[in-house]
Design a binder for this molecule. Structure first.
Ligand code: HEM
Length: 321
């Protein structure tokens, strides 16, 4: 299921005040189509590589502020990665100017984003190319390079991590990055490393995951030492909880052979289930998924103490109560 609700209309048939609000539930990986904690990669049509964002101006403003004010939290690069970063920037520019020409204007080597009016010199030698690319789109950009211990995270613009710290994970291999993921070693490691070794330039892929969050903040750079502040009051959970979905794409760069991983965040409040024509069914399937998690998976998703309250909230929504 992949549902986009039509914009709400007023009684007069005119678009309502939030007619241009983003359609909720861009992706619904909890709808029974995928298993949590699985590889779940599907072929990606490169025409859909970067998804449009109706909140682009606000998202890009937040990204620019994070890069300006918390650069060491959201940006990392190893020496020797600038060439591959440039490759990423050129791919992003070619994609957005072709796919969203009304939003991006390229004049010579200067690109302007209509939503913000901001423009960037693509050849700016004083800035990391990945950082320029990361201010054009809503997706985070992560570069991985093959080394002795497998693929390693060698550069990133990561403004909107889902409860992990770039400073902690920078330089780590796939195995180290996923150390805390339940079942990684037994079920995912071998397959994932093989995919990274063998993925061809012309075989880009994508996957989606879901989590339950207590807020709709995009920037969640929690360290393992400082876990996220969780729900204050489970009794008030229904209006306050959010479902956070990450859409991830993976492609091999044609020139460097490095891997580019992109992450785009979608957050919807539980309340959106109530307004959506298929919200009851979606809430019911999310509840099923949560109840199907084992103890380690619940702990990883931060739901050990809140599983029952979250499930009860979703049950009420599914029942229309
Ligand atoms: C074949 C591609 C990949 C697969 C199948 C995969 C799988 C997973 C899974 C199952 C999780 C647990 C949450 C979820 O359900 O998504 C996870 C978390 C994570 N993944 Fe991946 N992943 C992939 C690629 C990557 C890449 C390229 C990076 C590079 C940054 C990465 C970094 C992480 C991190 C940092 C976490 C959170 C770990 C933590 O909480 O400590 N993953 N991944």
């Amino acid at each position: 299921m992949n549902i986009a609700a039509p914009p709400p209309a007023t009684d007069a048939g005119q678009p309502g005040p939030d007619a241009f609000a983003p359609a909720p539930f861009a992706h619904t990986p909890y709808d029974g189509s995928r298993k949590a904690f699985s590889v779940g990669l599907a072929p990606l049509d490169l025409a859909e590589w970067i998804e449009p964002d109706v909140k682009l101006a606000a998202t890009l403003a937040e990204r620019a502020a994070l890069i300006r004010e918390k650069r060491d939290v959201v940006v990392r690069e190893e020496d020797g990665t600038r060439q591959a970063q440039r490759e990423v920037l050129e791919l992003v520019v070619a994609h957005v100017t072709t796919r969203f020409p009304e939003q991006y204007r390229l004049e010579g080597r200067r690109i302007t984003v209509a939503a913000t009016g901001q423009s960037f010199d693509l050849d700016d030698a004083g800035e990391a190319p990945l950082v320029i690319a990361g201010q054009l789109i809503s997706d985070d950009l992560v570069l991985l390079r093959q080394g002795a211990g497998g693929y390693r995270l060698v550069a990133a613009v990561l403004c909107f991590p889902s409860a992990w710290s770039l400073a902690e994970k920078f330089g780590q291999s796939l195995d180290q990055l996923h150390e805390a993921v339940p079942g990684y070693e037994s079920k995912l490691a071998r397959v994932m490393n093989r995919i990274f070794d063998n993925l061809k330039v012309e075989q880009p892929v994508w996957r989606v995951n879901w989590s339950i969050y207590p807020d709709d903040e995009l920037h969640h750079p929690e360290s393992k030492e400082r876990p996220r502040h969780w729900f204050e009051d489970p009794a008030h959970l229904a209006p306050e909880a959010f479902v956070r979905v990450e859409r991830q794409t993976l492609r091999r760069l044609p020139e460097s052979g490095d891997m580019l991983f992109t992450i785009r965040i979608h957050v919807d409040p539980f309340l959106a289930f109530r307004r959506h024509p298929e919200g009851g069914a979606l809430a019911a399937s999310l509840r099923e998924q949560i109840l199907g998690l084992d103890a380690d998976q619940l702990a990883y998703k931060g739901l050990t103490d809140h599983r029952d309250a979250v499930a009860a909230a979703l049950e009420r929504i599914a029942a229309g109560a």
